[in-house]
Design a protein. Structure first.
Ligand code: GLA
Length: 397
């Protein structure tokens, strides 16, 4: 049972149709997926390990060339158009949806990439503000569209770095590389374990008998952006203190749980707890990868539960709605594991659910979440999807 209106063909055809209506020509269409992170939260900007999967929610970018040096961009979601010149792109966040487009174009140009003018039509189907990386999806779809439109080749790791930089410099979030990387490298039916320092990755097949079920709390607390950058600063503070004793470390990735314990008394209490989350989460990701490889979903679920507790108590990025949803899910028969996913302060939980238990899971979550919080939950039963690519007209890539 699929409870969403995800439509790969519909979205691509819609972007294509609007483009042709506006400009009379046939565009090329590129799409990039959202993601869900199975485990490894707030570790990416600490050079650590993450385990996301791309999901079947996409952003589509229809593109065609223009003769001048302008980008004209229309968002179907916002029913709004913006236009800017490629020769002078203003930096810095304005909070407008077009920041991501300006950002990607700006970063590409600043690297010396020769971009031609273009008309773009965007249609996003990744739920916005749900922690499923709608921003990385728009960045990667736009980057691939602009590059192809200009006849420039760029390897996928570089595309993900460009998009991350766009997010830093034009959207103001000092995010890690996870979201942009999985949008570029995801593979159907696989999670991807990424070493965020080396960008070495391993694709991990997902168990046929388990489903990825994403539950949206439908809340997004205001704190998200500011608190994210504060967490990052705490981790950096921890590294500065620890480096006095461990001069070789560059990031929390290099710190073992034993190291952290040894010097705990020198680290302010809150900073210590932030570090403890990151250091323990890295260990959990490695254990989770081994569990997945031997098909031990029970162990994987235990690690998800530990991750949630650590994010709630040590990293303090959960919220009452996420905690309620995880608690409800954990008590349902057939659930291997449940945790918040993404940056936190609202958004979604990720649940690994035995295939034959998904229907009962869905109705129980909806009913109980509504009873406890007075809010309606959305439930998406997902499969791990393919990375970003071009959508050619017969639907193939
Ligand atoms: C957001 C960021 C990612 C990552 C997660 C937390 O999604 O964009 O880089 O830091 O939060 O794991």
């Amino acid at each position: 049972m699929d409870l969403t209106t995800r439509g790969e063909t519909f979205g691509a055809e819609r972007a294509r149709g609007i483009f042709t209506e506006f400009y009379g020509d046939k565009p090329r269409v590129f799409r990039a997926p959202g993601r869900v992170n199975l485990i490894g939260e707030h570790t990416d900007y600490n050079d650590g390990f993450v385990m996301p999967a791309a999901i079947e929610f996409y952003t589509f970018a229809a593109i065609g060339p223009r003769a001048d040096r302008k980008l004209s961009v229309y968002s179907d979601n916002f029913s709004e158009a913006v236009e800017f010149g490629l020769d002078r792109i203003d930096r810095g966040p304005t909070g407008h949806w077009s920041d991501y487009v300006r950002g990607v174009a700006g970063v590409l140009l600043s690297k010396g990439t020769k971009l031609g003018g273009a008309n773009l039509v965007l249609r996003g189907e990744v739920p916005i503000g749900a922690g499923l990386s709608s921003s990385a999806a728009i960045e990667v779809a736009v980057a691939n569209a602009l590059l192809a439109n200009s006849g420039v080749e760029m390897d996928r790791a570089e595309v993900s770095r460009v998009c991350q930089k766009a997010e830093h410099e034009y959207a103001g979030t000092m995010c890690g590389i996870m979201d942009q990387f999985i949008a570029c490298f995801g593979q159907r039916q696989h999670a991807l374990m990424l070493d965020c320092r080396s960008l070495f990755y391993q694709l991990l097949p997902l168990d046929d008998n388990a489903r990825l079920v994403i539950c949206n709390t439908n809340v997004k607390h205001e704190l998200a952006g500011g608190e994210y950058n504060l967490r990052r600063a705490s981790c950096e503070e921890g590294v500065r203190i620890l480096r006095q004793h461990l001069p070789a470390i560059r990031a929390l990735r290099d710190v073992t749980p034993a190291d952290l314990e040894k010097f705990a008394s020198e680290i302010p209490e809150t900073t210590y707890r932030r570090c403890r989350h990151v250091v323990s989460e890295d260990v959990r990701v490695e254990k989770a990868a081994r569990a997945l490889l031997r098909g031990d979903m029970k162990e994987f679920g235990v690690l998800m539960a530990e991750s949630h507790r650590s994010l709630r108590d040590d990293y303090e990025v959960s919220c009452a709605e996420l905690d309620a949803m995880v608690e409800i899910a954990s008590a349902i028969d057939g659930v291997y594991g449940a945790r918040m996913t993404g940056g936190g302060f609202g958004g979604c939980t990720v649940n690994l659910v035995r295939a034959d238990a998904v229907e009962a899971f869905t109705s129980t979550i909806k009913r109980e979440y509504q009873r406890v919080t007075n809010l309606a939950a959305d439930v998406y039963v997902c499969s791990a999807a393919e990375a970003a690519g071009e959508v050619v007209e017969d639907g193939a890539r």
